[in-house]
Design a protein around this ligand. Structure first.
Ligand SMILES: C[S@@+](CC[C@H](N)C(=O)[O-])C[C@H]1O[C@@H](n2cnc3c(N)ncnc32)[C@H](O)[C@@H]1O
Length: 234
């Protein structure tokens, strides 16, 4: 069973030996891989919508994994009872959707040892929510697959304090370990900021000038991290 580079990177952050819930599973590829390879003893695959729920049911039946992967339909963690799993995966959804699900699920999160999150957008907002709500960032991965970048965040219960918002925007662990594609990822963000800056240069309001100052300082930080990573990785 071959996984896409994105799903394979998610698996790397799932500690072996624990029951896992994959929320928003769609095709159920991840839970099937986890139990088939023995990385997880059992898994719960959930989805909000009927079509992906049916797809997951079919895939699990076809793989003859019904005893080890249970498919359930429900919104976010409402399909999981507190204490049922120790690892929760939320992948392939927007960061704000993930925040909304976590926000509504404080009871179900009791006893969870690790969250493995792969936001398709708004990773910064997700990191901010985590550190403000009793989770600490323990690992991060950044991969590039078919010209798209994917960030994966692992968090565990605990305290984290980041005084520098730039780190939560880019990913403190990615910056610390100079992830192999980080410089390339930051070049893309740099380009986005430069376009915003050119737009702001045409406006002379106080608000746009303040924004331009903020972006200029972020661009300086981005350049600094890019050169540090290039020096480190050659
Ligand atoms: C793009 S798919 C991602 C599938 C898989 N997790 C992956 O990463 O390849 C997103 C899935 O999340 C499901 N979903 C969206 N909101 C959800 C929610 N609140 N609770 C459970 N599932 C949800 C959708 O129905 C869809 O199947």
């Amino acid at each position: 069973m071959e996984l896409s580079p994105r799903l394979a990177a998610i698996v790397k952050l799932i500690p072996p030996g624990f029951p896992v819930a994959d929320i928003g599973t769609d095709h159920a590829m991840l839970p099937l891989y986890l139990v088939k390879t023995g990385r997880s003893p059992r898994a719960i695959a959930t989805d909000l919508n009927e079509k992906p729920y049916q797809t997951a049911c079919r895939q699990v039946a076809a793989a003859d994994a019904g005893g080890r992967v249970e498919v359930r339909r429900g919104d976010g963690l409402e399909a999981i009872r507190p204490g049922e799993v120790e690892v929760i995966v939320l992948a392939g959804m927007g960061g704000n959707t993930i925040v909304g699900i976590l926000e509504r699920s404080r009871g179900e999160l009791a006893g969870v040892k690790r969250l493995v999150l792969q936001p398709m957008s708004d990773a910064a907002a997700l990191r901010v929510w985590l550190v403000q709500n009793g989770w600490r960032l323990v690992d991060e991965e950044l991969i590039k697959d078919e010209e798209k970048f994917y960030v994966i965040i692992a968090a565990e219960p605990g305290e984290d304090c980041y005084e520098d918002p730039f780190l939560l925007e880019v990913g403190p662990i990615l910056v610390n370990k100079c992830s192999p594609v980080l410089a390339e990822y930051l070049e893309k963000i740099k380009g986005d900021y430069q376009r915003v800056l050119s737009g702001l240069a045409r406006s002379r309001t106080e608000q746009s000038m303040e924004k331009a100052v903020e972006i200029t300082s972020r661009l300086a930080r981005i350049r600094e991290v890019i050169s540090r990573c290039r020096l480190k990785t050659g």
